[in-house]
Design a protein around this ligand. Structure first.
Ligand code: TRH
Length: 385
C-alpha cells in the first residue's frame, strides 16, 4: 500500500489502544485519531491490539495487514512482536494502557522528549477537574500527564467533530432523509410509532420495560443493534437465535434487530430515535449530541464505583429540571443500572416527556460550549511546547 504523503512540519501523534473488552476503547481512539487528521492536520498512527473489534466499527479494516491507512489514519496492528520505530511528538496511552518498553526507550531517546499523555475514562465526578492536566509518572526524561475528558469547565471536554450539531439538526429536520436512512437499514417505521434504540449490557430489568411498551397505547418500534442485550430480548420474546433483520411484534411493540453499523451510521440512528438507550462511554456521548432523552447503562466496575460515576453525572445532567422530572429520569437510570423493574419509572418519565426533550437539547448545547476533546488535546500540546 502506498504511504500517505507526509507534509513538512506536521506533528506526529501515536495513539495506543488495547481493547479491554467491547468497543469503547477502540471507538474512542478511532474517533479521536480521525479528528486529529481531518481537523488538525496531524499525522496519526493508531496502534491497536485487536483488529477484529476494530473491524466491527470500521468494516474496511483488513485483518491481515500490520499497517494500513483508513480515513487518513495510519493503523498499526500492535502485536507482541514489536518492531523498533521512532517515537512521535505526542504519545497518547489510551485508558492507562502499557506502552511497549522499546517504545518507551524510543521516547526517551528523542532529542526533545515527546508529550506523553494518559487519556483517561470519562467521568463527571468533581475530582476530575482538579486532576486534569496534572503530571503523572516519569520515565527517564519523559513526563507523563493525565488528560481527563469531562463535562465541566477545566476538564478535557468531549469528542465532538466540527459541524456535528449542525449536521444533526439538518438531518432531524429532514423527514425524507431520515426515512431513506432507516429504509437503508431495513426499518419501516410504523405510522405514529415512537422509535427507541437499545444498546446495553445484559439487563434483568429489560423484561419489565418491554412489558410496559407492549401494553402502551402508543406504539413503539424498538431497534436493537446486535450485541449483549439480545439474550434478554430473546427470553422476553420467547425465541432463540435472534440476528440482524429479525422483526417481532408483541401488541404495541415492534422489536427489530439491527446489524452493528459504522460509527457515522450509528450517529444517524441515534438522531432518528425519540429515545436512546446507550452504554459505556462513546455511545453515551453520542446520544447526548443527538439532543434527545437518553438512558445510560454504565460500564460496571469493581466495588460498585461505577455507581458514584452514575450519580455524579445525574447531578450535573439534571440541573435545571423541575424536581419531579429530575426524580423521574434519575429513578429510571438508577433502576436500569440496578437491573430492577422499570415499569413505574418509565410511566413517570413519560409524564415529563416534553420537559425532558427540551432539556436534552439544552444540555447538548451547553456541552457544545466547551472546547471539544481533540481541540483541547492540541491546545494542551501547544501550551506544553
Ligand atoms: O462497547 P462499550 O460497552 O465499550 C466500553 C468498553 O467496555 C470499555 O472497556 C469500557 O471501559 C467503556 O465501555 C466504558 O460502549 P461504548 O463506549 O459506547 O462503545 C461502543 C462503540 O461502538 C461506540 O464507538 C459506538 C460504536 N457503535 C457502532 O459503531 N455501531 C453500532 O451499531 C453500535 C451499536 C455501536
Amino acid at each position: 500500500m502506498p504511504e500517505m504523503p507526509q507534509m513538512k512540519n506536521r506533528r506526529r501523534w501515536d495513539i495506543f489502544c488495547t481493547v479491554v473488552d467491547n468497543f469503547g476503547d477502540i471507538g474512542v481512539t478511532w474517533r479521536l485519531a480521525r479528528q486529529l487528521v481531518a481537523e488538525h492536520a496531524m499525522d496519526v498512527r493508531l496502534w491497536v491490539d485487536d483488529l477484529r473489534a476494530f473491524e466491527r466499527l470500521c468494516p474496511a479494516i483488513d485483518l491481515n495487514l500490520s499497517q494500513q491507512w483508513q480515513e487518513g489514519v495510519e493503523v498499526r496492528h500492535w502485536t507482541a512482536d514489536w518492531q523498533p520505530t521512532d517515537a512521535a511528538d505526542v504519545v497518547i496511552a489510551a485508558f492507562a494502557c502499557q506502552l511497549p518498553s522499546a517504545y518507551m526507550e524510543a521516547m526517551a531517546a528523542r532529542e526533545k522528549p515527546p508529550l506523553w499523555l494518559n487519556l483517561d475514562y470519562l467521568s463527571a465526578e468533581d475530582w476530575v477537574v482538579g486532576c486534569h492536566g496534572l503530571p503523572s509518572v516519569k520515565y527517564k526524561n519523559v513526563q507523563k500527564f493525565f488528560f481527563f475528558p469531562g463535562f465541566q469547565k477545566g476538564t478535557g471536554g468531549l469528542l465532538r467533530e466540527s459541524g456535528l450539531l449542525e449536521r444533526r439538526r439538518q438531518f432531524q429536520q429532514d423527514p425524507e432523509a431520515q426515512r431513506a436512512f432507516l429504509q437503508g437499514l431495513g426499518i419501516d417505521r410504523a405510522q405514529g410509532a415512537q422509535l427507541i434504540s437499545l444498546f446495553a449490557y445484559e439487563n434483568a430489568g429489560l423484561a419489565s420495560w418491554l412489558d410496559v411498551l407492549a401494553a402502551d397505547s402508543v406504539p413503539t418500534h424498538l431497534l436493537v443493534p446486535e450485541g449483549r442485550i439480545l439474550g434478554d430480548v430473546e427470553r422476553w420474546l420467547g425465541v432463540e437465535g435472534l440476528a440482524a433483520g429479525a422483526v417481532h411484534v408483541r401488541e404495541s411493540l415492534t422489536v427489530q434487530v439491527l446489524p452493528f453499523v459504522r460509527q457515522d451510521q450509528y450517529d444517524h440512528l441515534l438522531w432518528c430515535c425519540d429515545f436512546n438507550a446507550v452504554r459505556g462511554e462513546d455511545s453515551f456521548v453520542r446520544a447526548q449530541w443527538a439532543g434527545r432523552p437518553l438512558l445510560w447503562h454504565i460500564y460496571r466496575q469493581d466495588e460498585d464505583i461505577h455507581l458514584d460515576k452514575l450519580e455524579a453525572f445525574l447531578t450535573l445532567y439534571t440541573k435545571g429540571l423541575s424536581a419531579p422530572a429530575r426524580e423521574a429520569i434519575s429513578g429510571l437510570w438508577q433502576e436500569w443500572n440496578a437491573g430492577h423493574d422499570m415499569s413505574d419509572h418509565w410511566a413517570t418519565t413519560r409524564k415529563h416527556w416534553p420537559e425532558l426533550q427540551k432539556h436534552a437539547e439544552a444540555w447538548c448545547l451547553e456541552q457544545a460550549l466547551q472546547a471539544d476533546l481533540a481541540a483541547a488535546l492540541v491546545q494542551f500540546y501547544l501550551n506544553w511546547i
